[in-house]
Structures are given as C-alpha cells and as structure tokens.
Design a binder for this molecule. Structure first.
Ligand SMILES: Cc1cc2nc3c(=O)[nH]c(=O)nc-3n(C[C@H](O)[C@H](O)[C@H](O)COP(=O)(O)O)c2cc1C
Length: 216
C-alpha cells in the first residue's frame, strides 16, 4: 500500500473543522459513503465488543423533528448524512456470548477455546468493576468510532461536525429507541461546508504541543 504523505495528512487534519453550516445541495457520493460506513464498522472497541449502533437518519421528517432538540443547529437538516451514535444501555452475558460465537465462526475456532476470553469480559464489564458504569463505558466506545469516522471523512475531503449539542432523551423518543437496547449519546453530521460558513477561515485554537504531550 502506498503510504499517505505527511504533508497530505497534516493538510487534511488542518482542513477539518467542525462545520456549522453545510451546503444542503451537496450530497456524499454512494462510494464515499460506503467507505465511511466501513470506518464505523471497523473502528476499534475494548475487547472488540462493538457495543454500538449507528443510526443514519435519512428521513427528512425525522431530521426536522431532531433540529429543535439539537439546539436548533443547522447541521441536522443541512448535512448530506446525519449519523446518531447510540450505545448499549447495559451489557449482559447473552451479548458477550453472541460476540464470542461471532469470533468462533469468523476465525474458525471452537467456542471452548474462547472460554478464558469470555470469562475475562464477563468478569469485567458484566459482573466486575465496570458493570456499575456499563452504559458510560459503552458510550466511550462509541466516541472512538466517532473519531474514526471524522478522520476518514477528512481524508476523503468530506466535511463533518461532531455534535453533543442535543437532547439524548428526546432523540431516543423521536428515533424510537426505547424498545431497543440502545440509547443516544451524540451525532455526527457529514457533507460539504457552505461557502459562507465563516468558521472555515478561523484559526485553529490548540494548546501547545508541550502542554498536551508529555514525555516521561
Ligand atoms: C464530542 C464533541 C461534541 C461537539 N458538539 C458540537 C455541537 O453540538 N455543535 C457544534 O457546532 N460543534 C460541536 N463540536 C465541535 C467542537 O466545538 C470543535 O471540534 C472544537 O471547537 C475544535 O474545533 P475544530 O473541530 O473546528 O478544530 C463538538 C466536538 C466534539 C468532539
């Protein structure tokens, strides 16, 4: 594989910014979108548990309903694609078993060989120290996928805006998540920046490298 050049990578990292106003007339091409879907599916998660579901809101009617519970932000309806990040409300043994079976099938190994791994996961996030904060823990995993999506989008010259400025309870209601094991944590709007989105010209504000990266 050709290695992406340092210049290109750095350029795209600086090119990316949290878009406030999308150009509603520009849509992400199907081929690009498929790649963005893969950036979500292939994102890493602790133990590989993937305790998430990415809800792509295509219905204009649903997006309209989501706008007022998203601080009225334009990105909800103005973007080409709008992805709501949901995560498991709790973790149980059945979910871990489903995952273990998946590993066994996809890697062609016996479930019995995975007993140690199964027990380690259950002993941690189902019955162990993390069980009490399972929903927080699954939400953290969803944020990893969010980061992956935004970086891949930037490399494809596709704009994005991560969004926590929303009411998760209202989202769950509007998206009918109550009867599912999932709940909303955040969203990412994707598409193309509007020519008059002022923020694209603003200087990036970041602490100095020495303040955020410490070598010990
Ligand atoms: C988890 C998260 C939630 C955010 N929520 C919003 C939001 O609701 N609306 C918005 O316009 N920007 C939102 N942002 C964008 C940040 O304000 C932005 O990333 C930050 O100021 C750095 O600027 P830059 O991404 O343009 O470099 C969010 C960013 C993150 C990472």
């Amino acid at each position: 594989m050709d290695k992406i050049s340092h210049d290109t990578l750095l350029k795209q990292l600086n090119w990316r910014y949290a878009v406030k106003k999308f150009d509603p007339s520009r849509k992400i091409a199907a081929k690009d979108w498929e790649l963005l879907e893969e950036s979500l599916r292939l994102a890493p998660s602790s133990y590989g548990l993937q305790p998430w579901r990415f809800v792509v809101v295509q219905s204009p009617d649903l997006r309209k309903k989501l706008t007022p519970v998203s601080w009225g932000q334009q990105q909800v309806e103005g973007s080409s694609h709008f992805v709501v990040f949901t995560h498991l409300k709790s973790l149980d043994e059945a979910y871990v078993e489903r995952y273990i079976k998946e590993i066994a099938t996809q890697r062609g190994i016996g479930v019995a060989n995975l007993k140690g791994f199964h027990d380690a996961i259950v002993g941690d996030v189902v019955k162990g120290p993390r069980a009490a904060i399972a929903a927080q823990w699954t939400a953290r995993q969803a944020y990893i996928a969010m980061g992956s999506l935004m970086t891949v989008a930037a490399l494809l010259h596709i704009d994005a805006c991560p969004m926590e400025g929303l009411d998760p309870v209202q989202y769950d209601q509007i998206l009918n998540l109550a009867k599912t094991p999932y709940t909303t944590v955040a969203a990412v709007a994707l598409g193309y920046r509007a020519a008059d989105d002022e923020l694209q010209h603003a200087k990036k504000v970041r602490f100095a490298k020495k303040d955020v990266i410490h070598y010990v």
